[in-house]
Design a protein. Structure first.
Length: 462
């Protein structure tokens, strides 16, 4: 390589690091990847990375700590999730996947993201709701919400929950800014640093990130085609005395599996012998072709808290979720909501209610379920042609949890596909198990573009 080529690569690497610092992908005080890790990720020589790091250090952009590595100049952020516990490779870290999916433009393919394309969402209903709200009174447009949230929306949610066998009065429902906000409030309410929380293996990757923020100890329970492995679950109850178990009801993320009634009953019988509280995330309810068992229905909201939102089906821009819990917990959770976010978004709740009670929403979801079924039928054979096979074939929903060809590492494939203009979701973001690197989650709604499969084919051939 000539000196000019070497200099160009150093300049490019320096520019990349500066842009990541500016975007806060590398926050002040964060440790940069090691020289060798950076060289491998960026596909340049070790000497190129060394020179780039040294020049950035000379500029004061980063700082060298002998024996430790290079760090972004500036004070350590108050909450640096990447620095809590063992550091994960940023190429496969759950927060990195989220950032890439959210920050990249429309040109980037996103078969690994966790939501529908914007064109599949309920745009027409949102526009009608906005026109209606434009004529609302000043209080609706400008005032704070009540502590529990908009009463008519809570009444609508109570009727919806009843349709799934979950009996909850409107006063047992608390509106939140999102499903994630609901879990955060529950964590603040029930967890102390060091408490153990059970999660499915694999599970929605943001569960790991949230629990890390609460300084909880995470113990994973293998998820089967009918629910959690009950033998392992029972052993975990005995060995760890967990405070919470967080899971999906209905369609499981990322596997697409459905909890069976037998497993649900046995799970709740095991929970009765402990101090365990179960958080049931019901965000994918409207994707189901037929309702699956709900732990909250069998339990009567005694030790189960159900949460949900409509960000996956109606609009991700309307930040409004909910949690349903026993009455004596709701008051304390409402106080926590006021302390951390005050009144919540009244406007979002009003818009959500108008859109949900619009007759078009039911027809919209019927159309989405049909489109997803068609997308699964097209995506499965295309992946199979590349040696990528489903762990199970889901009955509904958007996700496929797939095994990669023998010898292919999910993280390495994700890094290669970045160069193809694609964001993937490697298995090790969803699971801490040793074989997680053999799996990948695909979103069938985001995998229809022929460039997805062409890019995967090229990346697998490397």
């Amino acid at each position: 390589m000539t000196n000019r080529q070497q200099g160009t690569r150093i300049d490019q690497l320096m520019a990349t690091i500066r842009s990541r610092i500016a975007a806060r992908a590398y926050v002040p005080g964060a440790r940069l990847p090691s020289v060798r890790a950076q060289a491998k990720a960026m596909q340049v020589s070790v000497s190129t990375v060394v020179e780039a790091y040294e020049r950035l250090a000379a500029e004061g952009v980063i700082a060298s700590r002998p024996g430790s590595g290079f760090y972004v100049a500036g004070p350590t952020a108050p909450l640096a999730l990447a620095e809590m516990g063992p550091r994960l490779d940023r190429e496969v870290d759950p927060l990195w996947i989220s950032r890439q999916s959210l920050e990249t433009g429309a040109a980037m393919l996103k078969p690994g993201c966790g939501w529908l394309p914007a064109s599949w969402m309920y745009e027409a209903g949102i526009r009608r709701a906005l026109r209606t709200m434009a004529r609302a009174d000043a209080v609706s447009l400008a005032d704070y919400a009540t502590p529990l949230g908009l009463p008519p929306l809570r009444q609508w949610l109570a009727r919806r929950l009843s349709g799934h066998g979950v009996e909850a009065s409107p006063d047992q429902i608390l509106l939140t800014d999102s499903g994630t906000h609901a879990i955060d409030l529950i964590g603040r309410f029930l967890l102390e640093p060091g408490d153990t929380v059970l999660v499915d293996d694999p599970c929605y990757f943001n569960f790991h990130a949230l629990l890390k923020a609460h300084r909880a100890k995470v113990v994973s329970v293998p998820y089967t085609s009918t629910g959690p492995d009950l033998e392992v679950f029972a052993a975990a109850l005995q060995a760890h005395a967990p405070r919470l178990y967080i899971t999906n009801s209905g369609l499981h993320n990322p596997t697409g599996a459905i909890l069976s009634p037998v497993t649900a009953h046995r799970l709740l019988k095991l929970a009765e012998t402990s101090n365990l509280v179960i958080v049931e995330d019901d965000i994918f309810a409207d994707f189901e072709n037929a309702p699956a068992p709900r732990l909250a229905a069998f339990d009567g909201l005694s030790r189960v808290i159900q949460i949900g939102s409509f960000s996956k089906t109606l609009s991700a821009s309307l930040r409004c979720g909910y949690l349903a819990a026993r009455p004596d917990w709701i008051d304390a959770l409402a106080d926590l909501k006021l302390a951390t976010g005050f009144g919540g978004s009244r406007l979002a709740a009003d818009l959500l209610l108008i859109a949900l009670t619009d007759s078009g929403y039911r027809r919209h979801m019927e159309a989405v379920r049909i489109r997803l079924a068609e997308a699964r039928e097209k995506t499965l054979p295309r992946l199979a042609a590349l040696g990528i096979t489903p762990w199970l074939t889901p009955q509904a929903g958007m996700f496929l949890w797939c095994r990669l060809p023998e010898g292919v590492d999910a993280a390495a494939l994700a890094r290669a596909c970045l160069e193809e203009g694609m964001v993937l979701a490697p298995g090790n973001a969803f699971s801490l198990s040793p074989d997680a690197g053999r799996f990948m989650r695909f979103n069938v709604a985001q995998s229809l573009d022929p460039r997805v499969h062409a890019g995967l084919k090229r990346a697998l051939a490397r």
